[in-house]
Design a protein around this ligand. Structure first.
Ligand code: M6R
Length: 615
């Protein structure tokens, strides 16, 4: 989604904003822009395209000078991606300038009202309406910018993170948030504004994260004042010390963030179970689960809500919670759940899974479940994110920043957390024997080493990718624990290579998809030794008789599938319940290599955003 960067202080704002926008590129965008106050006047430059296009245009069009500025990467919602619709937007007088992430839902009625009062609009955006509404309030009510922003936002329905300034009073920037993240980096007599902390990490580790319905007035030399938008009450700023460093958000020699993140999985999984999985003592320690054990034990069922890859992790969790902890689980797309009047009671536990912790649909599903009295537990990667704050309790995944739009290490670390939770619950319920529990701990502890082994197939997978990179369709099949992995493999391929791919439970093939199979159709079949192996082998035979091209994901040393398949990719042996942590790896690499070979933008695929903060 859109990215926001701003600066107010003694330095030149332009390079800080441009570099900051590049750090936010991972969020997904289609145009970029910047507004600077150069000491005399407001300079605005914006363009459809990437931040490099903005730089090229700025070279020609503006003086890149000034110590106050705001910059934006736009992911189009209202109005096509073009120069005019790009942000920043300027008010009719030319005095006020705004950048905005989110959607103003009632913008049409506000626009009509403003037009009737003589305002004109150049763009199709809701944002241009908002800046003119602020201007109108400022004039009508004869108030300062901060007050005008507050009054205007109280008339607005929707979601926003905004930064606004007035060229006549450039020593002050007003920001506000509702539903879209916004952080302020606090330097020495300087302030950085951004959608997340990555743009200002090299300048300061002190940050304030605005809460929903809060606004801040930031004044050069005078500091920051935070207020509630609704009732104007003052809020004490809570300054956090950030723990992430610059290295974590750089490519560290890899060609793409996605590849780096695929290779980071052994460490990410270890970091996720460190301090929680205590094998020697044969215990699992998870404060969020421990403190709320009664809620889990008394739950009639667990409902899991999530979107995309996180939803796939939820599907894996369904198998493991039911299998080990014998508790009924339902897995729901957050976007459907929130709108279908679901039956939720106080005896339900809802687990919300989200890498970003900002997904609008998941957040709305949480609020709905809370309003019906359910206990809500979050599994998030981004510390301090909206979902992490909105849930009653939770467990972080500790994957570290995930920059590639295609989720990789978030998926495997989500499964790690959910596995730990299921095991802890199973132990508490007595649905797992002590020896089985110990066995699971041992096997889980060995997963990072086994992921390293699985990563060694990279060169082999590259060769397979070369053979199939030009096909138009792929099928992915798996059963049991590996059915969700088939869905995830297909999603990875779709989103970064734009090749059509579908995931199915292998046995469902006979009920329709088998009609698609001919000699041109590559079919990735997850056929590891444990779990329905013989059944999957029969499914492979069915494909073979229809001349489909079989890429088998098999357990090391497999013989049977090797004889039938066109290619096999081996993964080390593990428990069936843990196999998704290994079988996912070759599928991530396959989609990565195909996308690279096709020349696609792997880290920022078209139309996609890293965190989907609009519904
Ligand atoms: O941040 P979240 O985990 O809530 O995001 C959910 C989906 O938007 C996300 O998993 C998306 O499907 C990814 N692009 C998948 O790679």
């Amino acid at each position: 989604m859109c990215g926001i960067v701003g600066y107010i202080g003694p330095r030149e704002a332009y390079p800080i904003i441009i570099e900051g926008l590049k750090r936010l590129e991972y969020r997904g965008y289609d145009s970029a822009g910047i507004a600077l106050f150069d000491g005399k006047d407001l300079k605005v430059c914006k363009t459809k395209g990437k931040v490099v296009d903005l730089e090229a245009r700025s070279d020609k069009e503006i003086t890149k000078h000034g110590s106050v500025g705001i910059g934006h990467t736009r992911w189009a919602t209202h109005g096509v991606p073009n120069d005019v619709n790009s942000h920043p937007h300027i008010s009719n007088s030319g005095d006020l300038v705004i950048i905005h992430n989110g959607i103003i839902e009632n913008y049409e009625s506000l626009k009509k009202e403003l037009i009737s009062r003589g305002y004109t609009f150049k763009s199709d955006t809701d944002t241009e309406v908002l800046i003119n509404l602020i201007e109108d309030v400022k004039k009508q009510e004869n108030v300062k910018l901060g007050k005008a922003v507050q009054i205007a936002l109280n008339q607005v329905i929707g979601a926003y993170a905004i930064a606004v300034f007035d060229k006549n009073k450039p020593e002050e920037v007003v920001i506000a948030r509702l539903g879209s993240p916004l952080a302020v980096g606090i330097g020495e007599d300087e302030f950085f504004i951004a959608s997340d902390a990555s743009p200002f990490l090299e300048y300061t580790k002190d940050a304030i994260y605005l809460e929903d319905e809060e606004m801040a007035i930031i004044r050069f030399h005078k500091g920051i004042k935070i207020r509630k938008i609704k009732d104007d009450s003052l809020v004490d700023p809570y300054i956090q010390k950030l723990k992430i460093n610059l290295e974590q958000i750089e490519k560290s020699g890899y060609d793409h963030f996605m590849l780096k993140e695929i290779h980071e999985q052994p460490k990410a999984i270890t970091d996720t179970y460190r301090g929680r999985l205590l094998r020697q003592e044969a215990i699992i320690k998870m404060a969020g689960v421990e403190d709320n054990m009664k809620k889990f034990l008394n739950a009639d069922r667990i409902i899991i809500v999530a979107c995309g890859t996180s939803w796939h992790a939820g599907l894996v969790a369904e198998y493991i919670f039911e299998d080990l902890a014998r508790v009924p689980v339902e897995v729901e797309y957050a976007s459907e759940f929130r709108y279908r009047n679901p039956v939720i009671t106080e005896k339900d536990v809802l687990i919300a899974i989200s890498q970003s912790g900002e997904t609008a649909d998941t957040l709305a599903a949480i609020k709905l479940a809370k309003s019906k009295g359910a206990f809500v537990f979050g599994v998030c990667n981004v510390v301090g994110s909206s979902i992490a704050r909105e849930t009653h309790a939770g467990a972080y995944t500790h994957a570290g920043p995930e920059i590639g739009v295609a989720s990789t290490k978030a998926f495997t670390t989500q499964i790690t957390v959910l596995t730990l939770m299921a095991l802890r619950l199973a132990r508490a319920k007595g649905t797992i024997s002590s020896s089985d529990f110990r066995h699971h701990l041992l096997e889980l502890e060995m997963i990072p080493k086994k992921v390293e082994e699985a990563l060694k197939s990279d060169a082999h997978i590259q060769k397979i990718s070369e053979i199939y990179k030009d096909v138009n369709n792929f099928l992915y099949l798996g059963r049991g624990y590996n059915f969700p992995v088939a869905l995830e493999g297909a999603l990875k391929l779709k989103e970064i290579s734009y090749i059509h791919a579908e995931g199915y439970p292998a046995a469902e093939m006979k009920h329709g998809p088998i009609a698609l199979i001919d000699e041109n159709m590559p079919i990735v079949v997850i056929a590891t030794k444990k779990g329905h192996y013989e059944k999957v082998v029969s499914n492979i035979q069915e494909i073979k008789s229809r001349k489909g091209k079989i890429i088998g994901i098999v357990t090391e040393g497999d013989v049977q599938v090797k004889e039938l398949a066109d290619h096999v990719i081996e993964v080390p042996e593990t428990l069936e319940s843990l196999s998704p942590l290994l079988t996912t790896i070759p599928l991530q690499l396959l989609s990565y290599h195909i996308a690279v070979m096709l020349g696609k933008n792997v880290d920022q695929p078209r139309n996609l955003a890293k965190s989907v903060t609009v519904e």
